[in-house]
Design a protein around this ligand. Structure first.
Ligand code: CA
Length: 228
């Protein structure tokens, strides 16, 4: 999925871009309203900061909406409620306020893409995509690797589903056991290692599940190595 990120604040843009790329999005970053409007795309969703150096983000929002149906998520440091209302009136699909986490932004993107689905093929969303090889259809609880369905045991799916909520984040054994197995798990966590091993085997090359000694695990989306 291609994201047009319109944000003049470089540290914010860089960290958002890093986070989105980690989740398998392609990100085109521009830092002015003019560059956003002259960008030829194609892109599937726009993340639009309202406070831009050259134009008011709301005008950019209106102009983009005038051209088509691409979902627009407005990001703003302004806490003013009127911005939110005006942004939505001008055709934005959703709104996030700074400071925000990458997870929140991704949740919003996925939500607007799901809503946008009937609007046209460009916005076809469906399963969540991780890198170029792995997709997870969370509604149907189905996992595909290179388009082929991967057969996972229920807890393997639960573990993958949990770890892919935030690729790159270190999750402790306790957090994982609580989330995937039982809310009050005090027993040995050997079963976790068995399930991690199964996921590594079944999803080899698409994800890397790194063990962090004494703490837990960290899932990374494998870089596209050009294997066809
Ligand atoms: Ca700004």
């Amino acid at each position: 999925m291609r994201v047009l990120l319109v944000e003049d604040d470089e540290p914010v843009a860089q960290s958002l871009r890093r986070g989105l790329v980690r989740y398998g999005f392609e990100v085109e970053w521009v830092s002015t309203g003019g560059a956003a409007l002259s960008h030829e795309g194609p892109y599937d969703v726009v993340l639009l900061d309202l406070g831009l150096p050259d134009t008011d983000g709301l005008d950019v929002c209106k102009a983009l909406r005038g051209r088509g149906d691409v979902p627009i998520i407005v990001i703003s440091a302004r806490s003013d409620e009127t911005d939110r209302v005006v942004g939505l009136e001008l055709g934005a699909d959703d709104y996030v306020s700074k400071p925000f986490g990458v997870r929140e932004v991704i949740a919003r993107i996925r939500a607007v893409m799901r809503r946008a689905q009937p609007r046209g093929e460009v916005a076809a969303a469906g399963p969540d995509t991780y890198g170029s090889r792995l997709t997870i259809d969370r509604k149907a609880a189905r996992v595909r690797l290179d388009g082929e369905e991967v057969s996972l045991a229920p807890k393997e799916y639960g573990l993958l589903s949990f770890l892919t909520e935030e690729p790159g984040a270190l999750m402790s054994r306790e957090q994982i056991m609580e989330a995937v197995w039982d809310a009050n798990w005090f027993g040995p966590t050997k079963t976790l290692d068995v399930h991690v091993a199964a996921l590594r085997r079944k999803l080899a090359g698409a994800v890397v599940i790194e063990a962090v000694r004494g703490v837990g695990f960290r899932l990374e989306i494998a870089e596209d190595d050009g294997v066809s």
